[in-house]
Unconditional design. Structure first.
Length: 726
């Protein structure tokens, strides 16, 4: 008897579905796309309305043959790739090669549970060609840019470079942020803190914030008000406060609420996993895919643990809403259950094709299934579960107090809050880009009971010097946030964008920060100059909107391609003539030890290096001076000299006895500031395991001095500190 055939993308997904569907079904995997544009040619007939020339992907011929054989003997074929545009295109390509006409149907489900899968089989549908055409348009747009622009970069900049429509815009954002950092000039400012005690001996602190009822002593970033710009100005204030009496002039108390954040969508999951877990966007999506496709749970069947993880909607299904409310009441008590379900508004630009990312069953608590999950899977599932539960809980409530204290014409202000009801933060609290998982400590703090006109005892006044900091470099979380904010890319594209710009050598990681490479900056400058429209951020966002319009049947996909290609082709022709070649090598007064020809400085993916001008006949290369050379230090393991070496991750010290001795050490960046604790060591730049910069003594572990703020050398040799992190 012929079986019903179900084709999914991955073997893991196939194993999960087999357990749900039973012996009447055969479930097999296609391994993703079965057809695509050819790898070694454009594959698009531009003059024939951009007709694509799809071919079976190299290496997939055997899979295609087996699928055709299985489909031929099947009663009906159900195509079940992921429920998005990419999945719809995969289904369409499968239907095309299977040629089963009415015997091929499309099914989709947003969570891999028995009920969801069986419901999908009961309600199959036809291929949605609007989704397919949107995917085709994106694929052809990217192919046109890649195959037309990359050869130009090979000719003008360096062989091996490639360009991408959306990825190049992401590189532009990183380069523009770096340009702002390079142009930044630090501004000195001072603040003054007063430490007080009450008659009851309670102590607290307040900061100077006004003079003659006008903002004064503020940070430059506050913009409105007067900044204390020098030590002399700060001393003038201190002198004016000599002998002053300090009196409470106003006490303000109010109740403040903090509301939970919506359930995860793709971008917020990637951001939060980066902040709390240190995961890259790619790693987050790989783990989320596994959780979605199915995990073998001890004493249970194999099941998908989360809903589909590529989504831009915060919508929650009614049954999931009811289930989480029941769970909250049962586990946390009725005081943690709002009178009605909390509803979140999906942004207008969202496709809203899927639900938010949530557990398929909220009763499947992370700790109950921890033994069935790998550590990384558990951490991400725990994050998703907590965010989902918290989003349906009441706000946290604080008693917020601010106190104004007068002294002559000056006023100081103290503020603090006390947690009155923890609400949703009993389960979860969102991080931000500067958060180091110390949320609860940051949210607490008390001010003693004070009354109007109460006199206070001044303990001391502390002036502090600060310097404004440049804008921070993007990290993966903040770049995803910026891309989403500007309407660039969609849920399925954020992780590939971040991976591509790093893999191509345009952007590199320095700790967690994303920094453009030299070749990235050079390429970006050329592309922005000669392709202003294609690299325009608003234009790229507009193209994303048009792809959405294709899905909504508001626009024809061929028209979208024409709108893009005509100005692109014109810019390409002009750039062929006007774009100047980047000087690829600099001749130096030194000859090659192998062949005697002159040596030159060349640029490579991992930076500049010295090479023979006779390449490729002579392949001699060596690092630039300072990149590799003998250092003053000796190897503490074998006594041989240490040498400086360069890699894509920077410069480091390695034993010259390699491979017999594999000792390596990082090179410490010194700040020319003596350690204030031991007075013998120097302050050096260090990094935590997660890449966060801090400053410590070079004599560690003998001296354990460390600080998050950057010390700077003051005239006279005293140590001062800049505010914030480097």
């Amino acid at each position: 008897m012929a079986k019903k055939l179900v084709i999914v993308e991955s073997p893991a997904k196939a194993r999960t579905l087999k357990k749900f569907l039973g012996k009447d079904f055969e479930v097999t995997a296609c391994g993703g796309h079965i057809r695509d544009l050819p790898a070694k040619s454009l594959g698009v007939k531009i003059e024939k309305d951009f007709a694509p020339n799809y071919q079976i992907i190299k290496g997939k011929e055997k899979i295609a043959k087996e699928l055709k054989k299985s489909a031929k003997n099947a009663e009906i074929v159900f195509l079940a790739p992921d429920p998005d545009r990419e999945g719809e295109a995969i289904a369409w390509h499968l239907k095309t090669i299977l040629s089963k006409n009415g015997k091929v149907k499309r099914i989709e489900f947003h969570e891999i549970t028995k009920q969801a899968v069986i419901n999908a089989v009961i309600h199959p549908r036809e291929i949605d060609m609007a989704r397919v055409n949107a995917q085709q348009a994106r694929r052809i747009l990217d192919r046109l840019v890649g195959y037309k622009l990359s050869p130009l970069l090979w000719k003008k900049v360096r062989k091996g470079l490639s360009a991408g429509r959306v990825q190049s815009v992401a590189v532009r954002l990183v380069c523009e942020r770096e340009a702002l950092i390079n142009k930044f000039k630090a501004q000195e400012y001072w603040d003054i803190t007063a430490n007080f005690s009450t008659k009851e001996k309670a102590e607290f602190s307040a900061k100077l914030n006004s003079k003659n009822d006008e903002p004064y002593g503020i940070s430059p970033k506050d913009k409105k008000g007067t900044v204390i710009k020098s030590e002399a100005e700060a001393n003038t204030v201190l002198k004016a406060l000599e002998g002053a009496s300090y009196k409470v002039c106003q006490v303000n108390k109010k109740e403040q609420k903090r509301y939970p954040t919506p359930p995860f969508i793709t971008s917020t999951l990637q951001q939060e996993a980066a902040r709390k877990l240190g995961y890259s966007a790619k790693k987050t999506m790989v783990i989320a895919q596994k959780l979605y496709e199915g995990i073998d749970i001890k004493d249970e069947e194999r099941i998908g643990l989360i809903t589909y993880m590529r989504t831009d909607s915060v919508r929650i299904a009614d049954e999931a809403e009811q289930a989480v409310r029941q769970e909250i009441a049962a586990v946390f008590g009725k005081e943690y259950l709002p009178d009605k379900a909390v509803r979140y508004k999906t942004k207008k630009s969202a496709q809203d094709a899927h639900e938010a990312i949530r557990p398929t069953s909220v009763s499947r608590h992370p700790d109950k299934i921890k033994d069935s999950l790998k550590p990384d899977e558990y951490k991400l599932y725990d994050l998703i579960w907590k965010r989902f539960v918290a989003c349906q809980m009441p706000p946290a409530v604080y008693d917020q107090t601010s106190v104004d204290i007068s002294a002559n014409e000056y006023k100081f202000r103290a503020s603090g809050s006390v947690l009155k009801f923890d609400g949703f933060i009993k389960v979860y609290l969102e991080s931000d880009d500067d958060d180091d998982n110390t949320e609860k400590e940051q949210l607490t703090g008390t001010i003693p009971a004070l009354s109007d006109d109460e006199e206070l005892n001044l303990q001391n006044l502390i002036p502090a010097q600060h310097f404004t900091q440049p804008p921070a470099r993007y990290n993966e979380a903040s770049l995803v946030k910026e891309l989403e904010k500007r309407g660039i890319g969609r849920p399925s594209t954020y992780a590939p964008i971040l991976s591509t710009i790093q893999n191509r050598g345009y952007v590199e990681k320095e700790g967690r920060a994303l920094k453009p490479t030299k070749i990235g900056m050079t390429t970006n400058d050329l592309l922005v100059k000669h392709f202003p429209t294609i690299l325009d951020i608003k234009f790229t966002a507009h193209m994303e909107d048009e792809l959405d319009d294709i899905v909504a049947n508001k626009m024809e996909w061929i028209e979208t391609l024409k709108e893009f290609y005509e100005p692109f082709a014109k810019s390409l022709a002009e750039a062929e003539v006007k774009m100047q070649k980047v000087k690829k090598e600099i001749k130096i007064n030194e000859k090659c030890p192998k062949c005697g020809k002159f040596l030159v400085i060349r640029s490579g993916r991992f930076g500049d290096f010295i090479a023979c001008s006779g390449y490729p006949q002579c392949s001699f290369t060596k690092p630039l001076p300072g990149k590799e050379g003998e250092a003053e230090q000796k190897c503490e393991k074998c006594g041989r000299p240490m040498v400086m070496k360069g890699s894509r991750y920077g410069t480091f010290l390695a034993c010259s006895g390699y491979p017999e001795c594999k000792n390596i050490k990082s090179i410490l960046q010194k700040l020319d500031v003596k350690c204030p604790k031991c007075s013998d060591g120097e302050i050096v730049v260090r990094k935590t395991r997660r890449g966060k910069i801090f400053y410590g003594c070079s004599n560690y572990p003998k001296c354990d001095y460390a600080t998050w703020t950057r010390p700077v050398k003051k005239e006279g040799g005293e140590e001062k500190k800049e505010e914030g992190n480097a």
